[in-house]
Design a protein around this ligand. Structure first.
Ligand SMILES: Cc1cc2nc3c(=O)[nH]c(=O)nc-3n(C[C@H](O)[C@H](O)[C@H](O)COP(=O)(O)O)c2cc1C
Length: 172
């Protein structure tokens, strides 16, 4: 295989991991704002900007959501949960939301924080009951639907890299 070119961005892409253990310490407003601004600056199809991003930075609400979703412990103790919502009935909105989520993971990594993308709350947050309660509480528009979550915090684990399947690249 050819050697890789290394720089800060490439190394961040290669070194980000999903973290599953966090300290209680809250994030600063600056850290959260930096992460959500990076998410907002993700590309979107024909610049439709169809992603709404909700921020839960209090542990009580994260616990409440875990209980509601029947996913106790899904948060691994992280103090901040970002929720990415997509405009319903739009061809590209789920892709746009996923790109925003990935920007947020990389921004967190660049700030020295840990993160992990969360899909396991989706069944509940997409249910009639879950959507009604949490979108109202978080100020997310009714014509949007949950796509992905992102836990962010000061991680305390050291996850091993999970090797990628090189055969997924189809060289001609
Ligand atoms: C769409 C999606 C949903 C995910 N949902 C969860 C989840 O609910 N809980 C969890 O612990 N990790 C979740 N992950 C993290 C993956 O397990 C992780 O990215 C994968 O194991 C590769 O590890 P790495 O991110 O450290 O490279 C999710 C990742 C993606 C992309």
């Amino acid at each position: 295989m050819e050697k890789l070119i290394h720089n800060d961005v490439v190394d961040a892409l290669l070194q980000r991991r999903s973290h599953r253990s966090y300290r209680e310490e809250a994030l600063s407003a600056e850290e959260i704002n930096t992460i959500v601004q990076c998410a907002l600056w993700a590309p979107s199809a024909i610049n439709q900007q169809t992603t709404q991003i909700a921020v839960i930075d209090n542990k009580a609400w994260i616990e409440e959501l875990a209980q509601d979703a029947g996913r106790e412990g899904f948060h691994y103790g992280a103090p901040c949960f970002l929720l990415f919502y997509a405009l319903k009935d739009n061809r590209w909105s789920a892709a746009n939301a996923a790109l925003a989520t990935e920007n947020a993971t990389l921004a967190a990594h660049a700030l020295g924080l840990g993160s992990v993308i969360i899909g396991c709350t989706a069944d509940y947050l997409l249910s009639e009951e879950g959507a009604k309660k949490w979108q109202k509480r978080l100020g997310v528009s009714e014509n949007y639907e949950f796509v992905l979550g992102l836990l962010v915090g000061h991680s305390v684990d050291a996850p091993q890299p999970k090797p990628r399947n090189q055969e997924n690249i189809k060289w001609k």
